[in-house]
Design a protein around this ligand. Sequence first.
Ligand SMILES: [Zn+2]
Length: 240
Amino acid sequence: MEYEQLKAMLESHCCTQCEAPLSLIWDGKTSEYALVCGTDRSHQGYKSLGSASQAIARGQGDKLLGKGGQTDMEKQLARATHPMSMLPLKDLGSNNDLTGAQVASLVQWAESLGLKAYLGHVCLYYGKPYRTIDGLYYTLATRKTPVAVGTRPLSEAERASYMISEGAYAWLAEGWLDTTKIPTTGLGIVTREETEAKSEKKPEHFRAPIAHDHPQRMAEKRAEWQLLRKLVPLEEKEGD
Ligand SMILES: [Zn+2]
């Protein structure tokens, strides 16, 4: 991984296992810079720093607020939902407003999966329903042995073996059960074309402004989402 990229991850990521800040070290064995847990170098994985609201959405409220914290927050939030402001109101792909019937069926779908629409667990993307990253983490958090998920950019060697095209952003999501790495991974790629493509309707705008402004973050999210969907498969297929 590039030095600058690793340095940036010191600010944006923490240890997957203990959430301690990361340190950047020179690894004499590989003759490369490497990120390690600032507390325990045997720890593996880096995850992006989340907000308190994200922790609640992901079902990790007990860790944040103590035992019962998650249930308390959910009860309070459920009571506060009448303004509907926390429900999904737009299609994330087309940006069209959802109809009342679409919102209602999303809420119902979330419910049937043990998820909560008001916590942002489901979304509509070009008319098709999907579970969000927060929703998938929420399900994972309810398991007795949740997998710890970490993300990182692909190394140069990995880019070569995955045949990542020049200028593309590529991230890998990996999981650990206790301290054992699981074989399932997620790969997230944002191509250069995607970051540069202009809108067809408004050629002065980028077609995907988020991909243009935050390609690394987007590739990371795609990797994380792919891994989580493999870890929490649905009986019925969602979206695609
Ligand atoms: Zn650690």
